[in-house]
Design a protein around this ligand. Structure first.
Ligand SMILES: [Zn+2]
Length: 443
C-alpha cells in the first residue's frame, strides 16, 4: 500500500515537471531566456507581439518561461543564430562590437533600439545577434589588453572597417557598401606631445577624406592611387589622454561618412627653462599676437603635393644645439605656460650660413617683432619650416628652394639674447619637434 502511494506521487511529480522549451524553427533566430524575463519583456525587446512569439513556438506556455528556454523570435526571417545578452565592457565601442561580433548592423540597431553609436555605454546590457558558426577574423598577433579592438586591429593591420560604420552628423545612415578605409596605420602610436603621427590608409581613389582631431581639420593626401596620408602634429603642451579623432569622408555618391575613435595621446617630459627676463613690450600680446596670427595664417595654407624629398637636414653647417624643442618656459615671472617652439642653433660653424632644411617654396620673408628677420618655407602637405632672428635674408617670397640652398645668415634680430638660429617645423600650423623629421622618411 505504501509503495503504491509512493509510485503515484512519483508519477505525479514526473507529470508536473516542465521540460525546457527548445526552439523548433531552424529558420528563425533563437533567444535564450534570461533570469527575470517575461514574455512581455521579450516581446518588447524584439518589437514583436506576444501572439507572434506564441505563433512560432508551438506548445510554449507564455505564463511559464524558464531560464535557459530557447524560443524562436519571429520577424527576423533570414537571420539565423542566437540572440544573447551581453554587458558592454569599458573598451567596447559601437564599431568594435560590430566588428568583433560580426553583426548585421541593421538587426543590431533594431533589437537594441539604438539611434546613435553614442548609446553604447559600458555596463549596459544589450542583445548581440551571434551567428552559430562564427567565421574567424584576423586578429592582432599580440593583442594589448587595455586597447580596444580597433587599436589592436591597427597593430595587426587588417581592415579595421569591417563593420558597417557610417553616421551623418545627426542621423545614423546604414550603407552596407562603406567598408572603404583599410590598412590604417598610425605611427607613432600613442600620439605623443611634440611628435607628428603619420596616418596612412587605403581607400578608393579620388575620395575626399578629412581627418579631424576634436575641432581641428587635418587634410589627407592621396600620394598614389588609393593610398592616403595625413600628418597629425601634437604640440609640446598638447592635451594628453583620450583625443577624439574623426575620419570624415565624402564618398563619390555624395554620402558623408564619419568614423570616430578616441586615440591615446601620451606625455613627453620636457625640461623646464629658468625664468626668462625680457623687456615687457617683447611679450606684450599687442606686439606678439599680430605676427603669431600671421604665422598661423601662412602655415595653415595647404599645398596638395609634397615638395620635399626624403628626410629634412640641418639648416646650419655645425648643428650645435643651444636649446632643444619643447622646453617649458616662463617669461618675466609669469606662469610656465609656453614652450620652446623650435631648436636654437648657436653660431658654431666657420660661417653663418642658413640653409633650407628641405626643398620647397618660400612663402614669407620679412621682419617680425619677436622673430626678427624671418623666412618661412612651404614644403607641401601642410609641412612648413621657419628660420628666425636672421642677420640677412637671401631669398624672396615665391622662390623655389632646394634642400641645402643658402637662404640667409645667422643673426640676433627680434626677441633674441645672442646670435643664434631658431629653426622650427610646423605641421598644419602646429610646432612639433623637428628632430623627428631628420630621420623620418615619408612615401
Ligand atoms: Zn628658439
Amino acid at each position: 500500500m505504501k509503495i503504491k502511494i509512493l509510485i503515484v506521487i512519483f508519477a505525479l511529480f514526473i507529470c508536473t515537471a516542465i521540460p525546457p522549451v527548445m526552439a523548433q524553427n531552424a529558420e528563425l533566430p533563437v533567444y535564450i531566456v534570461q533570469p527575470g524575463d517575461t514574455m512581455y519583456s521579450i516581446a518588447l525587446q524584439f518589437g514583436v507581439s506576444i501572439d507572434d512569439i506564441i505563433g512560432v513556438n508551438a506548445g510554449i506556455n507564455p505564463d511559464w518561461l524558464n531560464e535557459g528556454d530557447q524560443i524562436n523570435i519571429p520577424g527576423y526571417e533570414g537571420i539565423k543564430g542566437i540572440f544573447i545578452p551581453y554587458t558592454i565592457q569599458l573598451n567596447d565601442t559601437y564599431e568594435s562590437l560590430l566588428q568583433e561580433q560580426i553583426l548585421d548592423e541593421s538587426t543590431f540597431r533594431i533589437i537594441n533600439h539604438l539611434t546613435s553609436p553614442n548609446e553604447i555605454i559600458a555596463g549596459q546590457t544589450i542583445i548581440l545577434p551571434v551567428a552559430e558558426e562564427v567565421p574567424s577574423e584576423p586578429v592582432a598577433e599580440v593583442p594589448v589588453a587595455y586597447h580596444s579592438l580597433f587599436l589592436n586591429a591597427i597593430g595587426a593591420n587588417p581592415n579595421t572597417w569591417a563593420g558597417e560604420v557610417s553616421t551623418l552628423s545627426r542621423n545614423l545612415v546604414l550603407t552596407s557598401e562603406l567598408k572603404s578605409i583599410t590598412n590604417l596605420t598610425i605611427s607613432p602610436y600613442p600620439l605623443k606631445q611634440g611628435k607628428t603621427s603619420v596616418f596612412q590608409f587605403n581607400a578608393d581613389p579620388g575620395q575626399s577624406i578629412e581627418l579631424k582631431i576634436e575641432d581641428k581639420s587635418i587634410p589627407t593626401f592621396e600620394f598614389e592611387p588609393g593610398s592616403y596620408i595625413a600628418f597629425l602634429g601634437i604640440n609640446a603642451m598638447g592635451k594628453i589622454g583620450l583625443r577624439e579623432v574623426n575620419f570624415d569622408q565624402i564618398t563619390p555618391d555624395g554620402n558623408q561618412v564619419i568614423f570616430s575613435q578616441n586615440l591615446l595621446a601620451s606625455e613627453t617630459r620636457f625640461s623646464t627653462d629658468p625664468i626668462i627676463v625680457v623687456e615687457p613690450d617683447l611679450i606684450d600680446p599687442a606686439n606678439t599676437m599680430p605676427e603669431e596670427d600671421e604665422l598661423l595664417a601662412i602655415t595653415s595654407q595647404i599645398t596638395n603635393r609634397d615638395l620635399w624629398d626624403g628626410t629634412f637636414s640641418y639648416p646650419v653647417d655645425d648643428a650645435c644645439i643651444r636649446s632643444p624643442y619643447g622646453s617649458i618656459r616662463s617669461y618675466n615671472n609669469g606662469p610656465y605656460d609656453s614652450f620652446h617652439t623650435g631648436i636654437d642653433f648657436g653660431t658654431c660653424a666657420s660661417n653663418l650660413n642658413i640653409y633650407a632644411a628641405g626643398a620647397g617654396r618660400v612663402v614669407y620673408t620679412g621682419q617680425w617683432f619677436v622673430r626678427g628677420n624671418s623666412v618661412v618655407i612651404d614644403h607641401g602637405w601642410g609641412i612648413y619650416t621657419g628660420y628666425w632672428h636672421q642677420e640677412s635674408v637671401d631669398v624672396n617670397t615665391g622662390d623655389i628652394v632646394q634642400e641645402g640652398q643658402l637662404i640667409g645668415t645667422v643673426g640676433n634680430t627680434g626677441r633674441s639674447t645672442g646670435s643664434h638660429l631658431h629653426w622650427e617645423l610646423l605641421v598644419n600650423a602646429v610646432q612639433v619637434d623637428p628632430m623627428q623629421w631628420m630621420d623620418m622618411v615619408i612615401p
